[in-house]
Write a protein that binds this ligand. Structure first.
Ligand SMILES: Nc1nc2c(ncn2[C@@H]2O[C@H](COP(=O)(O)OP(=O)(O)O)[C@@H](O)[C@H]2O)c(=O)[nH]1
Ligand SMILES: [Mg+2]
Length: 365
């Protein structure tokens, strides 16, 4: 393993209890020390607000996350399981049942590729044989997990980049600012020094909202006046983050897709300015997608991939939507890593994306 790889850490690993032995030793070490050193490494901007539930044991955390994922996706999964129960009332699998199943999967936003794969799988091995709704859901879970597996990938922070620059993009209202807050909180919870840049300079409310998240997460926010140049703001923030040796800089952006040319020009300018400081930055360009928009999300990936060079996806609002299947369609269509999912408005409601868990939650309920 080369040095860079060693230094590349997954902030999910520790939370998920998959820490390397080195991390584990470090954690145990910390626990055995005195009270004062048991606290996370203090930063200049140590927050007064609460941290994520880092005190939970990884196993507890994992169970509660899976429960929350399951309850979040319950609308999607109950719609699927009720549909499957209605279709598979006869005992022997026939062409009509397969057609009905395909329609059902398409209605659930899973996408043509996955729907066809599932019906092909069923027809090849089980045609004219007895089949139960449970078996169909089992095949659904396996196929969905297979479609998601290649893209489920944690966000890796290369610690040799200081700061590691993350540009957040996406249409207005998808959850960019909220997700920045959640991510920042997880990073500061690990003792990282995080700075936020209020690059959505279009609305005063957007700047204020980021400041509130910055307070909660214990991350200073660099902001300019409303209406000022977003690229200029990104420039100042990166300069400051470099000078003051911050570990991570998260840059918020506006998402006015109504005017694609303007948005493109603005994002390009931000990237150009960032590269003047560090030609390897931005190190991650994340696209935030709102699950409730369904098929629309596919188009957004297309657009932002072209105009912003998106490196990874985060899907929000998977709590309480019946359209969670869209994530499967996106995984099948685009070869882009899916890093995390949003399952609520709270600071702890951002989970790493795990293919098998998601597949089970949506297919088995
Ligand atoms: N239920 C739910 N709401 C979310 C989630 N993420 C963001 N939101 C809400 O979506 C709305 C828009 O979020 P915001 O971060 O302002 O979006 P932005 O315009 O892309 O910055 C806010 O009311 C958030 O609280 C999520 O995972 N679940
Ligand atoms: Mg915003």
């Amino acid at each position: 393993m080369d040095n860079d790889t060693q230094k590349t850490s997954s902030f999910w690993q520790r939370l998920r209890g998959q820490e390397t032995s080195g991390d584990k030793a470090e954690l145990e070490n910390k626990q055995s020390q005195t009270d004062q050193s048991a606290a996370p490494t203090p930063t200049e901007t140590s927050p007064s607000t609460s941290r994520p539930a880092m005190a939970d044991t990884p196993a507890e955390k994992k169970t509660s996350w899976f429960q929350r994922l399951k309850s979040g996706l319950s609308k999607s999964s109950s719609r699927l399981s009720e549909g499957i129960a209605t279709v598979f009332t006869k005992r022997k699998l026939d062409a009509e049942m397969l057609q009905d199943l395909e329609d059902l999967l398409l209605q659930a936003d899973l996408g043509v590729d996955t729907a066809t794969r599932i019906t092909d799988k069923l027809s090849s091995g089980r045609f004219d044989k007895e089949i139960s709704p449970e078996e169909v859901r089992g095949v659904l879970a396996t196929e969905v997990a297979e479609a998601l597996d290649p893209v489920a990938s944690p966000l890796l922070i290369d610690e040799t980049k200081t700061p590691y620059v993350i540009l957040m993009t996406g249409v207005n209202g998808t959850g960019k600012t909220t997700t920045i807050g959640k991510l920042a909180n997880q990073f500061t919870g690990q003792g990282k020094r995080v700075m936020l840049a209020a690059g959505d300079t279009f609305r005063a409310a957007a700047i204020d909202q980021l400041k509130i998240w910055g307070d909660r997460a214990g991350a200073p926010v660099i902001a300019h006046a409303v209406g000022s140049d977003a690229a200029g703001l990104a420039f100042d923030a990166l300069k400051k983050a470099q000078e003051e040796q911050f570990d991570i800089l998260l840059i918020d952006t506006a998402g006015r897709l109504q005017n694609k040319a303007n948005l493109m020009a603005e994002l390009e300018k931000i990237v150009r300015v960032i590269k003047k400081f560090d030609d390897t930055a931005p190190h991650s360009v994340l696209l935030v997608l709102d699950a409730t928009t369904g098929q629309n999300a596919l188009q957004q990936v297309e657009v932002f991939r072209n105009i912003a060079g998106v490196t990874g996806l985060i899907m929000t609002k998977l709590d309480g939507t019946a359209r969670g299947g869209i994530l499967v369609a996106i995984a099948a269509k685009f070869d882009l890593p899916i890093h995390a999912i949003g399952v609520g408005e709270g600071i702890d409601d951002l989970q790493p994306f795990v293919a098998r868990e998601f597949a089970e939650a949506i297919a088995l309920g």
